[in-house]
Write a protein that binds this ligand. Structure first.
Ligand SMILES: [Zn+2]
Length: 107
């Protein structure tokens, strides 16, 4: 497994979805299983809207988000009282989703 330069520069940076620190482990073999390894997320899945841009996020968030769009994932997290819901909401407000009518997090 080789790490691209782009992934490497995200070592020590915050995941935009959970604010956890992303890490590229010293031992490459371990990277595949670590939750905080930087991975590329298609913010809006290619199947829904191609070319909407990508973000580097931690593996755990990327895995949990699966093929949801950000607003869909937000609703899911909110219903599960996941702490990331608040972060995602703020993130969407700052980014492409300014005009969305987001329901409040009641947790
Ligand atoms: Zn994350």
């Amino acid at each position: 497994m080789s790490f691209s330069k782009e992934i490497l520069v995200h070592h020590g940076r915050e995941c935009p979805y959970c604010h956890g620190m992303m890490r590229v482990p010293f031992r490459k073999k371990r990277a595949q299983n670590t939750d905080n390894f930087p991975t590329r997320d298609h913010v809006i899945p290619k199947s829904v809207m191609p070319g909407m841009g990508t973000l580097i996020v931690c593996r755990k968030c990327n895995t949990d988000k699966r093929n949801y769009t950000l607003p869909e994932w937000y609703e899911l997290l909110k219903n599960q009282c996941d702490a990331r819901a608040t972060i995602i909401k703020d993130f969407m407000k700052k980014q492409w989703f300014k005009k969305l009518n987001l329901t409040e997090n009641k947790c």
